[in-house]
Design a protein around this ligand. Structure first.
Ligand SMILES: Cc1cc2nc3c(=O)[nH]c(=O)nc-3n(C[C@H](O)[C@H](O)[C@H](O)COP(=O)(O)O)c2cc1C
Length: 152
């Protein structure tokens, strides 16, 4: 099984996290790949892979720039993602009380609507915290991989 790490970013944090997740997966012997969402097509999603999506929030609870072209296509995508498993890691800032971490949730809702199943806890990073984004993501990762291995 290949693990495909997808990221949507505006100022680069999600890209760094995605690269760090990909490096950790490969160090641990997994077959993995990483793509910016703007270079990825909904038609490429397959139940043979496991997806880890890392995406920030911009504007007023909206998706970041590099996720927008993908999301436009994903909104209109008519495929059936039943059997597809994915995990979601959202970036945001609790300074934006009303819209905290909502960018990733647009993607999450669409994956679910199309029949895909989210695995493990929904990961979050709050830019107002003192936590380093990759530290939070790499702490979150084993729980997700454990849930995926158990099929839950
Ligand atoms: C102009 C601007 C608007 C933002 N709007 C939101 C928001 O509505 N909700 C939120 O949770 N975070 C918001 N953020 C915080 C970003 O999601 C956060 O800084 C994140 O780490 C950026 O990740 P990225 O570099 O991958 O884009 C905003 C940041 C900026 C600069």
């Amino acid at each position: 099984m290949t693990i495909t790490v997808l990221y949507g970013t505006e100022s680069g944090n999600s890209e760094l996290i995605a690269q760090d997740i990909n490096d950790r997966l490969q160090q641990d012997g997994h077959e993995s790949e990483v793509f910016d969402l703007q270079d990825f097509e909904p038609e490429s999603i397959t139940a043979d892979n496991f997806y880890i999506i890392v995406c920030s929030t911009h504007g007023e609870g909206e998706l970041p720039n590099t996720a927008l072209p993908f999301f436009e296509k994903f909104k209109d995508f008519a495929g059936d993602l039943t059997g597809v498993r994915y995990a979601m890691f959202g970036l945001g800032d609790t300074f934006y009380e009303e819209t905290y971490s909502q960018g990733s949730e647009h993607l999450d809702r669409r994956f679910t609507e199309l029949g895909a199943t989210r695995v493990g806890d929904y990961g979050r990073h709050d830019a107002s915290s003192w936590d380093l984004p990759s530290d939070v993501a790499l702490e979150w990762l084993p729980g997700v991989l454990g849930a995926e291995a158990k099929g839950s």
